[in-house]
Design a protein around this ligand. Structure first.
Ligand SMILES: Nc1ncnc2c1ncn2[C@@H]1O[C@H](COP(=O)(O)OP(=O)(O)OP(=O)(O)O)[C@@H](O)[C@H]1O
Ligand SMILES: [Mg+2]
Length: 351
């Protein structure tokens, strides 16, 4: 048992490469703050995590908990007035804050690609998809020996995202459905062969059938390209099907992280918020009355409750939970939980 700052290097559900090399992406004690003075908020508050090469890593939590801000921080593209106020993000061991502008631009373009929350709206309406691709290839001539090789690779990616290249290349965005545009955006993000792709809410804007298709596509891309995937979602069903490793955020804090098996295990040491989140998922076969919404509301980040941020909504809360913020404690397998009550299972007395 130890106080979690970083994460373990291996575990069930992660890539076979896990533990052999240093993580491809490391978030180290990162805090991102919006605003100054008393009204300022920490959208990401002392968060640490490690993505291993080949991982499919999910970042989960309710709206406003800081998921997108954390995803932006992975590429150092936090929108102002947000800024990193402590900690850092490292790509292959190099701190983004130490990189020159040129190096950072190369990492963003060809190493860590991002598919934004509303990616399907990102295409220029009077430019064909093929012209978007050419524009990207032109800006990075170092990736392929020739333009035609780059175009050929994009066509291969279109097949992987289940689109017909001959129909897509000359299309304008208005000729494609929302689901198709989302898939083109993913193919475009992958065309420069990044080692990591970060997807913000890849299924949120899709209907149920397209959500299913998206899960299959992401699994295929992972298998075929060996790309590491980080995705942000509030959809736990997506997490259960796709992820190997999961980080759960609540009001800017990391409250639990581990393998997907640890996060969805029905017994053992779990954060009550994660238990409540799983009980709040509707299922296709279950009755609506089986769904138990989480009582109360996500706290305003500018007026956080004392102690554990989840305590006002927690069925298991004890007096200590209103007084002291729980430490993120790690068991022998690297499963991290920040909860006074759950962590008693580790035999560590609360101070
Ligand atoms: N531009 C901004 N100006 C001020 N505060 C901001 C800004 N963007 C985000 N925040 C703060 O950061 C918090 C986290 O926002 P973020 O977009 O990262 O949440 P999220 O988990 O991605 O939510 P959602 O699921 O709705 O996309 C917000 O609750 C808000 O307090
Ligand atoms: Mg978001």
């Amino acid at each position: 048992m130890s106080i979690g700052r970083g994460e373990p290097a291996s575990g069930a559900g992660t890539s076979p490469a896990a533990g052999l090399a240093r993580p491809i992406l490391e978030v180290d004690n990162l805090t991102v703050t919006f605003g100054d003075g008393p009204g300022s908020v920490r959208a990401v508050d002392e968060v640490s995590l490690a993505v291993e090469t080949g991982d499919i890593y999910a970042i989960v939590g309710e709206s406003g908990c800081g998921k997108s801000t954390l995803a932006y921080a992975l590429l150092d593209i936090i929108p102002p007035p947000g800024r990193v106020t402590s900690g850092e993000v490292r790509f292959k061991g190099r701190s983004l804050s130490q990189m020159s502008r040129g190096e950072l631009n190369r990492v963003r373009a060809a190493e860590v690609a991002m598919v934004f929350q509303a990616a399907m709206n990102a295409f220029h309406p009077v430019i064909t998809i093929g012209a978007h691709v050419d524009h990207t290839l032109q800006a990075h001539p170092e990736v392929f020996a020739s333009r035609s090789e780059g175009r050929e690779y994009f066509r291969y990616l279109l097949n992987l995202v289940r689109l017909r290249p001959e129909r897509t290349w000359d299309a304008y965005e208005s000729q494609l459905s929302g689901g198709m545009k989302q898939r083109v955006a993913i193919a475009l993000a992958l065309v420069l062969k990044p080692s990591v792709v970060v997807l913000d809410e890849p299924t949120t804007a899709l209907d149920v059938l397209n959500q299913r298709l998206m899960i299959d596509i992401l699994a295929d891309l992972h298998r075929s390209l060996g790309v590491s995937i980080v995705f942000v979602t509030h959809d736990l069903a997506l997490v259960a099907e796709l992820a190997g490793r999961v980080a759960v955020m609540y009001a800017g804090r990391l409250v639990e992280s581990g393998t997907v098996d640890e996060i969805f295990a029905s017994g053992g040491r779990r954060h009550p918020y994660v238990t409540a989140l799983t009980a709040a998922i509707p299922t296709v076969v279950g009755a609506v009355s089986d769904v138990r919404p989480i009582p109360g509301e996500v706290p305003n980040l500018a007026q956080l409750p004392p102690g554990c941020r989840f305590s006002p909504r927690c069925a298991l809360a004890e007096p200590i939970c209103q007084e002291q913020e729980p430490a993120l404690l790690q068991d022998d397998r690297g499963h991290l939980v920040a909860c006074h009550v759950a962590n008693r299972l580790l035999g560590v007395p609360s101070k």
